[in-house]
Design a protein around this ligand. Structure first.
Ligand SMILES: Cc1ncc(COP(=O)(O)O)c(C=O)c1O
Length: 418
């Protein structure tokens, strides 16, 4: 079922069995007829039928470009696109702020670097990051640093507790202009002390961009209540389609931004010698936008709104903790992460004598889809002196039974091949 924001139902505790029914792909068989057990949700989640239907319905009945023509389809498409923006603003507690559609968290952070940082930072200015960042929250700042002579300061984390060194952060942030920080690590599942980071950042007079790619599927984030300046998210990690995400921006930061890409839709007037720009979010959305994707993301939000988000979080964390308990019984297995209250549903692990790729291939043959590699966080893995881990990550449709089967499979594979 899909609701409008005016009649989103009250929170109902997650029913995993009911939730699963909406995901046709979970019925799939892989390999030689093994039932798919999808444990790669931190990479991307599966999509409920309601999202697939909303996007097909748009292409079947309403497809048109937005903001331009006067005909019926254009007006329907424009309304649906802008309604999705409103819906997302409501969901993320950002009704008084700006929500710019991007292609995902990566583009959102690049947009912040181009539209805000390139305008507001100069040689010698400081950006504080953490050693826990995804490449999407490292490389854009390195490019800027190289181009503009901006200094990057790195906040370390502890190799035993997996926690950020907040004393180091408190020192690094002094005199900084911007902090770029991941809310929940896609490798360790650790939820960083965001409230303390926000407090210290603003006390230092800096702005904060939060990478919430992994938090949004499990946590209800209230942008204005949190008080961050920019928040980057991806639809595809929370039941929505690929190819769309958003940068949520508070008004004061938005007012300091300059257009990044030029072209249609972002202008007010174009003359041969100059142009003027839109003053709302469209200023940062040049060209034909991601219309079907925005509609699909809106449907994903409607779908998620039926469940109490805390129960989604607790369910994922419980599965992660159960996984850790099972993996710890396997000799030679190391777990990366603490899986404490508030953490994400991600478990990274590595066996000391079974190559991560081999374990993943054996598991694939048994129907398990897990992730292997550096998870786009090479500096983080390098700190542990490793090049890859295996990673399982859960969402609301994963079951305890799947975890049991997974632990049994890993145990058997390790007993046989390690
Ligand atoms: C923490 C984190 N940041 C950024 C990204 C990049 O997201 P996207 O590929 O959707 O742009 C990811 C994706 O895995 C992520 O986990």
């Amino acid at each position: 079922m899909v609701w409008s924001i005016d009649d989103w139902p009250g929170p109902i505790a997650l029913s995993v069995e009911d939730a699963r029914k909406d995901f046709p792909i979970l019925q799939r068989k892989v390999g030689d007829g093994k039932k798919l057990i999808y444990l790669d949700n931190a990479a991307t989640t599966q999509k409920p039928q309601q999202v697939i239907d909303a996007m097909s319905e748009y292409y079947r009945n309403n497809n048109s470009n937005v903001h331009r023509a006067a005909h019926t389809l254009a007006s329907e498409a424009t309304t649906a696109y802008e309604e999705s923006r409103l819906k997302l603003k409501h969901w993320f507690g950002a009704t008084q702020s700006r929500l710019v559609f991007t292609s995902g968290t990566t583009e959102s952070i690049n947009l912040a670097a181009h539209a805000w940082a390139r305008t507001n930072l100069a040689e010698g200015d400081v950006i504080v990051l953490t050693e826990m960042e995804h490449h999407a929250d490292i490389v854009p700042w390195q490019m800027l640093a190289k181009e503009r002579g901006v200094e990057l300061r790195w906040t370390p984390f502890d190799l035993e507790t997996f926690e950020l060194d907040m004393d180091a952060f408190a020192i690094a942030v002094k005199g900084a202009k911007l902090v770029a920080c991941v809310h929940t690590s896609n490798v360790l599942g650790v939820r960083n002390p965001i409230e303390e980071i926000i407090h210290l950042t603003h006390e230092a007079g800096a702005k904060l961009i939060l990478d919430a790619a992994q938090a949004a599927p499990h946590d209800r984030l209230y942008f204005e209540e949190l008080g961050v300046d920019m928040l980057a998210i991806s639809a595809h990690k929370m039941g929505g389609p690929t190819g769309i995400g958003a940068l949520i921006i508070n008004e004061s930061t938005f007012q300091q931004m300059k257009p990044f890409m030029g072209g249609g839709d972002m202008i007010r007037e174009v003359h041969l010698d100059h142009s003027t720009y839109q003053e709302n979010e469209h200023m940062l959305e040049a060209g034909t936008p991601k219309i079907a994707e925005a509609i699909g993301w809106g449907a994903a939000i409607d779908w998620m709104a039926q469940w109490d988000i805390d129960s989604i979080h607790q369910h994922g964390l419980y599965l992660a903790q159960k996984t850790v308990a099972g993996l710890r019984k396997i000799p030679g297995m190391k777990i990366y992460g603490r899986h404490a209250e508030g953490d994400g549903a991600v478990v990274s692990f590595l066996h000391d004598s079974l190559h991560a790729n081999d374990l993943a291939a054996f598991l694939d043959a048994r129907g398990f889809a897990i992730r292997t590699g550096h998870h786009c966080a090479q500096p983080l893995l390098r700190k542990f002196n490793i090049a890859a881990t295996n990673r399982v990550s859960y969402w609301l449709y994963n079951t305890e039974h799947e975890v049991d089967k997974f632990i049994t499979a890993v145990t058997e594979i390790c007993n046989k091949y390690a």
